[in-house]
Write a protein that binds this ligand. Structure first.
Ligand SMILES: NC(=O)c1ccc[n+]([C@@H]2O[C@H](COP(=O)([O-])OP(=O)(O)OC[C@H]3O[C@@H](n4cnc5c(N)ncnc54)[C@H](OP(=O)(O)O)[C@@H]3O)[C@@H](O)[C@H]2O)c1
Length: 374
């Protein structure tokens, strides 16, 4: 049976609502409790989860496979990712699980990964951009970016653009693209990206997006990388209208994972503070992963691109009653469409300059006028 979609639209979202019969789809914004038990069967769907060798990415991959999804797990150590994939297989999941190598701090690795994905996979239903680094030793990526911004933002930017054609084709084959009169609520195509509550502290350095002047890989660099991801996803979501792809954003709060524990550079005072705060207030990764799993699977959020899934501020008092509701990021840049556009154009120029230097093909801008693929 078909479904009438709610026409209600979040201020910053782009609902693609259509009416196909007499039932009303539940408004996903009114949902204050969501658990993994609500994940629908995912058989026949292909998911890519970056950074799934540990932490929330691993729990996300496991839940997707438990519900029948075909999950490609990707992270920078192939050995660790293979072991992580094997643990999921050994738990007796229904879906297929594969491990692949992807280093988001290297444009060459990202291109090789994308080439492999195009060769191996016929389609891609959901891209989960989860991988990230935080408060690590100051360093630079292969392309010379400060390592946190280079990995979290520039690497994710390039990967997303290289996989867009596959996502668009997948959406179109389901009848989601704009020239097709109707579409089904049951097979959305999504890009889900992991942000952080640190986005609040982010500030765009317009004259130094690459972090050339940066002497740290600290809280500022991390916060800014997560703010940039939110801005990029909201800009992409706006410009991808009509292609059948929604871009959704997650923010899980403070979570007990290796990122906030053993992987921190403990010579930094901020790292000691984060480690302590996580031990006191942090959620378990298995629970916090709901912030990724809901936007990657809940069919009612289709058409609500640009939305931000987060626990409530009461979470700070350890009242973890609601882990994946639709809220708003706090940083004003996250609501500034002109800033999204400016950041997007500048990033594209920087990325293409580096691609040329590496002898790799450039990527195309995603513009609102771009037609759905024929
Ligand atoms: N923990 C929190 O409190 C918290 C809060 C808000 C947001 N987040 C975000 O949540 C995401 C997942 O983090 P987590 O907390 O679950 O920590 P985690 O267990 O450390 O997971 C991070 C994942 O990213 C991978 N990764 C790191 N650098 C990479 C690279 N260059 N290329 C490809 N993969 C790379 C890691 O692989 P390796 O095994 O090779 O390191 C790992 O699989 C991150 O984006 C993080 O910023 C975390």
């Amino acid at each position: 049976m078909g479904i009438i979609y709610s026409r209600a639209i979040l201020p910053l979202t782009t609902a693609r609502a259509t009416t196909t019969s007499s039932q009303t789809r539940a408004d996903p914004r009114a949902k204050h409790f969501w658990t993994k038990d609500e994940v629908p069967p995912l058989d026949g769907k292909v998911f890519l989860v970056t950074g799934s060798s540990s932490g929330m990415g691993w729990y996300c991959a496991k839940t997707l496979a438990e519900n029948g999804g075909h999950v490609i797990m990707a992270a920078r150590s192939l050995e660790r990712t293979q072991k992580a994939a094997q643990m999921i297989k050994d738990s007796g999941v229904r879906g297929k699980v594969e491990a692949m190598h992807l280093d988001l701090s290297s444009f060459r690795s990202i291109k090789e990964f994308s080439d492999q994905m195009h060769k191996r996979e016929e389609k891609l239903d959901v891209l989960v951009n989860n991988a990230g680094v935080f408060l690590v030793e100051h360093n630079r990526t292969e392309e010379g970016f400060e390592v946190v911004q280079g990995t979290n933002y520039f690497g994710t930017f390039l990967l997303t653009h290289l996989l867009l054609d596959k996502l668009k084709d997948t959406a179109q084959n389901k009848g989601h693209a704009r020239h097709v009169p109707s579409h089904s609520v049951s097979h959305p195509t999504w890009i889900v990206t992991m942000a952080s509550l640190f986005e609040l502290l982010g500030w765009i350095q317009w004259d130094d997006l690459e972090g050339q002047k940066s002497r740290e890989s600290g809280v500022f660099e991390y916060s800014t990388s997560k703010l940039e991801l939110i801005m990029m996803m909201r800009h992409l979501n706006k410009n991808l209208q009509g292609t059948g792809i929604d871009c959704l954003i997650s923010q899980p709060g403070l979570v007990k994972t290796p990122l906030n524990g053993r992987k921190l550079d403990h010579r930094k005072l901020s790292a000691i503070g984060v480690d302590l705060a996580t031990k006191v207030y942090g959620q378990e990764a298995s629970q916090a992963a709901n912030c990724l799993i809901r936007p990657a699977t809940d069919p009612t959020v289709e058409g609500y691109g640009g939305s931000y899934f987060s626990p409530p501020w009461l979470w700070l008092l350890a009242l973890n009653f609601d882990h994946a509701a639709m809220r708003e990021p706090g940083n004003s840049y996250a609501r500034d469409e002109a800033a999204w556009e400016r950041l997007y154009q500048k990033t594209l120029d920087i990325v293409n300059k580096r691609l040329i230097e590496r002898g790799l093909p450039q990527i195309e801008a995603v513009s609102a006028s771009m037609p759905a693929r024929a």
